[in-house]
Write a new protein. Structure first.
Length: 151
């Protein structure tokens, strides 16, 4: 009988101790994968040799120091782009609209259904998105926030 109150006290105390421990000593950290660092499955129509680790060439990379780049292939809804502009300051990211032809799809390594690429400050591809859907737009915004906190 004497052990029941002690066990009950420990059972109620342990979640609180775990919470306090994680609050003071834990760190929430998310990571976005870097694409095409070890291997590349280039589209069949790409005849240009691609070197690893892959990064966008400086001539086509939209990013400058301290910015995150978004490259959009083709014409897509202005509403989504306005939503991004409202969420982030214009100094934090840069858009680049490119035509939807095979040359750009080859440089960006875009495969259907993707039409948008997230690029970090070093020109590395950090994500592919299909901007037509709201879920993909939300994922792009979340990954931009993660990337901006990291750099």
């Amino acid at each position: 009988m004497k052990r029941k109150p002690i066990l009950l006290f420990l059972a109620l105390l342990s979640p609180g101790l775990v919470f306090v421990f994680l609050k003071f000593f834990g760190k929430n950290q998310f990571d976005i994968p870097v694409y095409h660092q070890d291997s590349i499955a280039a589209p069949a129509y790409c005849q240009v040799p691609i070197q690893l680790p892959y990064a966008l060439p400086d001539s086509v990379s939209p990013v400058r120091e301290g910015q995150v780049g978004i490259v959009i292939s083709g014409d897509y809804a202005k509403v989504e782009m306005d939503r991004l502009s409202q969420e982030f300051e214009s100094t934090e990211f840069v858009f680049r609209h490119v035509s939807e032809n095979q040359a750009w799809r080859c440089v960006l390594l875009l495969e259907p259904p993707w039409n948008t690429v997230l690029v970090d400050t070093r020109g590395r591809i950090r994500g592919y998105y299909a901007i037509g859907s709201r879920e993909e737009m939300d994922r792009l915004m979340l990954e931009m926030k993660i990337l901006m906190n990291k750099y």
